[in-house]
Design a protein around this ligand. Structure first.
Ligand code: 5BU
Length: 268
C-alpha cells in the first residue's frame, strides 16, 4: 500500500519532509507506533531496539534518565535506531526563551546532533520554535518540533483556551511538525484535530491496550480509538517496554494503530 493510499488527506496536506518520512515508514511497517523507550540503562535500551524494530516507527527518548549514559553509547544507540528506520524523538519539553532553548539543544547531551524531533511547551511564546530550529541549523541539520497542545496526565493545566492558542500559532509555523494530543481522551483529540486541520501531525501519549488509570496520575485510552479520533501516532511506553515479550507487544500495538488508520482513511 502506498503512503498516499494509507494516509489519504494527511499525506496530501502534511507535506513537510519529516512528516513524509514518518508516513512512508509507517506505511511500510504498517504501524503508527512510537515507543517511549523509558529504560534507564544503555543495555536495556539496546535490547529494546532489537526487539521492536520491525513494528516501531519512532523512538521517544528521555536522554537525562539513563544512569550509564555516555556520548559513545548514545551515538551507537541512535545509529541503530536510524539503521532500523526509526525517527529519534527527544521528549525534552523545552520551555525557555528562544535563545536559551537554542543553547539547550547543545550542551552535554547535544540533542541537536541526534534528535529528529523534540517536544516544547509554547508557554514562553512562539520564539521557542525559532530557537530550536536555530539549534538544528547550528549543526546543519533539520528537525521538527511537537508542541504540547494537551497532556495525558490528570489535573494538567493545559486548558482548552491554551490548547487553542498553541494550535493557532503552531499551525502557521513551518518549524512545527505537529502537536501532542491527549491519547487518554478521544473526544479531546477529535477537538484538537478539528482545530489543527490536516496539515500537521498529532502524536498521542496516554494510550494502552489496558485502558484506565496508570501510575502517578497517568491516564490511558484505547490506541485504535485515538487514531480514529485523529491521532497520527500512538506513543506507547510501559505497554511495550515492561511487557514480558516486548516484540509481541509492539506488534499488537502496531496492529491496533494500523487498524485505526485503515478504518479512518476508508471512512473519508
Ligand atoms: P507510558 O509508560 O506509556 O505511560 O509512557 C508515556 C510516555 O509519554 C512517557 O515517556 C512520558 O514522558 C510521555 N508523555 C506522557 O505520558 N504524557 C504527556 O502528556 C506527554 C508525554 Br507530553
Amino acid at each position: 500500500m502506498t503512503p498516499e493510499e494509507a494516509w489519504g488527506e494527511r499525506w496530501r496536506a502534511a507535506t513537510s519532509p519529516m512528516a513524509r518520512r514518518y508516513m512512508e515508514t509507517a506505511a511500510s511497517k504498517r504501524s503508527l507506533v512510537c515507543l517511549a523507550a523509558d529504560r534507564n540503562t544503555m543495555a536495556g535500551l539496546m535490547a529494546l531496539i532489537d526487539a521492536v524494530a520491525d513494528h516501531v516507527v519512532a523512538l521517544k527518548t528521555h536522554v537525562d534518565l539513563v544512569d550509564d549514559w555516555s556520548p559513545e553509547a548514545w551515538a551507537t544507540f541512535c545509529q541503530r535506531a536510524e539503521a532500523a528506520n526509526m525517527l529519534v524523538f527527544e521528549d525534552r519539553k523545552f520551555a525557555d526563551i528562544g535563545k536559551i532553548s537554542r543553547s539547550q539543544m547543545a550542551g552535554q547531551y547535544n540533542i541537536r546532533t541526534w534528535a529528529d524531533l523534540v517536544t516544547a511547551h509554547l508557554i514562553s511564546g512562539p520564539d521557542i520554535v525559532d530557537g530550536l530550529q536555530a539549534g538544528w541549523g547550528d549543526v546543519d541539520r533539520r528537525g521538527g518540533v511537537l508542541l504540547l497542545a494537551q497532556m495525558s496526565s490528570r489535573g494538567n493545566l493545559l486548558t482548552p483556551d491554551y490548547t487553542n492558542e498553541v494550535v493557532t500559532k503552531g499551525r502557521e509555523h513551518e518549524g512545527v511538525f505537529g502537536f501532542i494530543g491527549n491519547g487518554s481522551r478521544p473526544e479531546e483529540l477529535a477537538t484538537l484535530r478539528a482545530k489543527a486541520g490536516d496539515g500537521k501531525m498529532i502524536w498521542t501519549p496516554g494510550v494502552n491496550l489496558a485502558v484506565g488509570d496508570g501510575a502517578m496520575g497517568q491516564r490511558y485510552g484505547d490506541p485504535t480509538e485515538a487514531v480514529l479520533a485523529g491521532s497520527d501516532c500512538i506513543i506507547v511506553g510501559s505497554g511495550i517496554h515492561l511487557a514480558d515479550d516486548p516484540s509481541a507487544a509492539a506488534r499488537a500495538y502496531a496492529e491496533a494503530s494500523w487498524r485505526g488508520l485503515m478504518e479512518r482513511t476508508g471512512d473519508r
